[in-house]
Design a protein around this ligand. Sequence first.
Ligand code: NAP
Length: 284
Amino acid sequence: MIISGRAKVAAVLGWPVAHSRSPLIHGYWLEMYAIDGAYIPLAVRPEHFTAAFRALPKLGFAGANITVPHKEAALREADVVDPIARRIGAANTAIVEDDRIRVTNTDAPGFLASLADGAPNWRSATGAALVIGAGGAARAVVAALIDAGVPEVLVSNRTEARAEDLVRDFGRPARAIPWVERTSALGQARLLVNASSAGLTGGPSLDLALDRIAPETIVVDLVYDPLATPLLQGARAHGCVTIDGLGMLLHQARAGFKAWFGVEPAITAALRDRVTANIERTRR
Ligand code: NAP
């Protein structure tokens, strides 16, 4: 691949970074829209993050995605932090603006866009949501659901103190649910979101009995490797509408692409197929 001197360049900073699907997604869009640009993975050790991040404007980058383990550090190092990233406590997208770096978090809107695609009839007022997990992804989902107007956001996490911390940060209508009560809480929920990493290929499945789930409950799994997690398979057997993690992965990428390359990119069936094939091929 030859990159011209005029190309706009963006990157993903992570450690490790080889697993990131962002180069595949952005590379697809660059080709689709015939943009003179490039998107590259940068493996940045935690101890080098500040120097690498602060160098982005000097190196002429339009911006970058920020992935594990740098999402909190990006918040500290940025010149400008969008309110949504501040609330979530993590940033996944950096945009260079006049030599300054602004960071934001596109996981929250990406989650809601994926939910709207997969369950167009879902309405925030329908009832409570149960979110499993209390890491960065769970914080983005809780922020999104609160902003969307969900009347009760129940949060349950294996390590209960983390769910309590999250709920303290966000306030009402978020409420922590003890881990042992997650199954009974599911009975009240009209939306279930697995925002934990349980269900990832090579790890344990999410330990959550589905016998109390109502068939009208929409079930979202943020895990996208595999796409058909045991949770989603079980929920489908109960008649629930299910949404896998691919939609959020693709939607969260759109705002960064638009900011760096000037085009609002479309999520096409061909893009979904390409990322799905990559996930299947690289299954650990
Ligand atoms: P994180 O900050 O490391 O948090 C991991 C969470 O998973 C913690 O709450 C942890 O609980 C919980 N957990 C881990 N193993 C578990 C198990 N066996 N049973 C129950 N809970 C378990 O990770 P994250 O960034 O929030 O990401 C979470 C998941 O979402 C990952 O699989 C990630 O790939 C996915 N994700 C997807 C998208 C997307 O676009 N689709 C975006 C972001 C994240 P403890 O506190 O008890 O350790």
